[in-house]
Design a protein around this ligand. Structure first.
Ligand code: NAP
Length: 491
């Protein structure tokens, strides 16, 4: 029997493991379906992959890294950071790789979670922490004929590092954050690259910096210098989310209009063809779906070997794609930059059955998506579901991690102080939190802005924007550190 089972060995799972250790809990196992740690930063390694939040900010608050080579570090460096942190905190020895979790069921008599893994083995644990992320199940588009394509099909989460795009006729479906990074890289050598755009994306310039040996030495010798830089990048990103999304009503969308103007200027400077610029221009408000940062994306469409196709795909044939206008594009490779199946596959990522047989996925769908402080749900004792509705603080996942770790700290401290075996959020506290989140979302871009055509994954299947926790990071951290302990039944 374990004290805890953590599902997922990405940054959330590693953070949860570190927090358990800080609470004196060492008897835990982390289960991950992959054969290495790092979650999304292990799975994704397509060309051009880099973080789109400054890495000074995109890192654990307690573990600054003086070795970043640049402000927006590459995917490889971030994976290395995950390895380094896991090793430093001795997390790796707790991980069981290549282990698919099939489901978890609360055993009320034993007051334990029974976690079933592939092969039917059942692991018992006092606590269950699901750290399964939001972007973990690749979305394969349901386009007629796609299975008949005889050439190569690559989803961006399954990139083949040996694949050489040189001289290839390539189609990329999708224009999200992944495509914005990948397309300029493929365009460099592809014979012909057609980008199938269904919804244009807002792109603003990326102001990147290299950290040379002197800067790295300074960060290592005087950690306060990196802290100051982090404070600056934290503040900029926080303000972007606060002004543009959370307090949209207060700022009357001015931040969004300014950002959209910057993107417009960026298009104007890089794309001289007016019609092409128009086709690349979104018709929804900046921020409705995650905007992206790139200096090369728009310019790529001015290359002779790159074509934008935005009239839609009718079907795929064995050797190419037929558009809705009947024209056929013969290709060698079909790249699916089609993102992730967010809500259906991740809420929750495994079947979770709580007290009285309550099925979490079913209950969320029948009763609105909800979770107290983005982690706890009534009837699910001793469960911390880190990838829940109202959990994500916007652009930077590590802020989410920070408040969740602080909440774990407060909760486990109390459970241990009382010598208790279970905790469960009360229905009253959960309802109060849900009502507050609903009210706050009423002031946000997602409620007041023009988001109808964005096809944004911030909205759940019922059309409510419940992915985001509509508070500042400061508020989330304060609440996680000070929430009334009476919000949980601790026995
Ligand atoms: P995404 O933002 O969901 O984009 C998927 C794209 O595929 C969209 O353009 C979508 O069009 C298109 N698509 C999906 N199904 C389609 C279909 N049947 N026909 C035509 N087009 C279809 O996914 P993503 O680009 O992988 O990014 C997901 C998230 O990952 C980002 O928002 C970001 O949070 C994160 N990310 C972060 C980084 C980073 O930090 N460096 C990099 C990459 C990704 P519609 O918009 O019309 O649905």
């Amino acid at each position: 029997m374990f004290d805890a089972v953590i599902v997922g060995a990405g940054f959330a799972g590693i953070g949860a493991a570190i927090q358990l250790k800080r609470s004196g809990i060492e008897n835990f196992v982390i289960l991950d379906r992959e054969d290495d740690l790092g979650g999304t930063w292990y799975v994704n390694h397509y060309p051009g992959l880099a973080v789109d939040v400054p890495t000074t900010t995109y890192s654990y608050f307690f573990e600054p890294n003086p070795n970043w080579s640049r402000l927006f570090s590459t995917g490889r460096e971030i994976k290395q950071y995950a390895d380094d942190v896991a090793d430093k905190y001795d997390v790796r020895r707790h991980i069981r790789f290549s282990t698919v979790v099939e489901g978890a069921r609360w055993d009320e008599d034993a007051k334990l979670w029974q976690v079933t893994v592939n092969g039917g083995e059942v692991l018992s644990a006092r606590y269950l922490i699901t750290a399964t992320g939001f972007l973990s199940q690749p979305k394969i588009p349901d386009i007629p004929g796609i299975d008949n394509f005889a050439g190569r099909v690559i989803h961006t989460t399954d990139w083949d590092d040996d694949y050489d795009p040189a001289g290839q006729r390539i189609a990329v479906i999708g224009t999200g954050a992944t495509a914005v990074q990948l397309i300029p890289e493929l365009a460099k050598t592809a014979a012909d690259l057609t980008v199938y755009q269904r919804t244009p994306i807002w792109v603003v310039p990326k102001i990147d910096l290299r950290f040379g040996p002197r800067a790295k030495k300074l960060f290592a010798r005087v950690p306060a210098t990196q802290r100051v830089l982090r404070w600056l990048t934290d503040s900029i990103y926080e303000w972007m989310v606060t002004i543009g999304v959370v307090r949209y009503r207060t700022f009357r969308g001015r931040g969004n209009i300014s950002a959209a103007d910057l993107s417009k200027l960026h298009r104007f400077v890089t794309v001289r063809d007016k019609e092409l610029r128009r086709r690349l221009t979104p018709d929804y408000d900046f921020g409705c779906k995650r905007p992206t940062f790139s200096n090369g994306y728009y310019r790529t469409f001015t290359r002779a070997n790159v074509h934008l196709q935005d009239i839609g795909i009718d079907h795929v044939q064995s050797d190419g794609i037929v558009g809705t206008d009947g024209t056929k594009n013969v290709i060698d490779t079909l790249v699916l930059a089609t993102g992730f199946d967010l809500w259906e596959a991740n809420f929750p990522a495994i079947e979770i059955i709580g007290r009285d047989g309550r099925n979490l996925g079913k209950w969320w769908r029948e009763n609105r998506f909800q979770a107290y402080q983005g982690v706890s749900i009534p009837y699910f004792p001793n469960l911390l579901s880190l990838a829940s509705p109202y959990a994500f603080l916007g652009l930077n996942f590590f802020n989410t991690m920070e408040y969740q770790m602080r909440l774990m700290d407060r909760l486990f401290r109390e459970v241990q102080a009382r010598g208790a075996t279970t905790f469960e959020v009360t229905e009253e506290a959960n309802t109060r939190y849900l009502d507050r989140m609903t009210e706050l979302l009423g002031n946000s871009l997602f409620t007041l802005g023009n988001c109808a055509s964005a096809r944004s994954y911030y909205y759940d299947p019922a059309g409510e924007p419940t992915l985001l926790r509509p508070t500042t990071t400061e508020t989330a951290i304060r609440e996680a550190s000070e929430f009334p302990l009476s919000d949980y039944a601790i026995n």
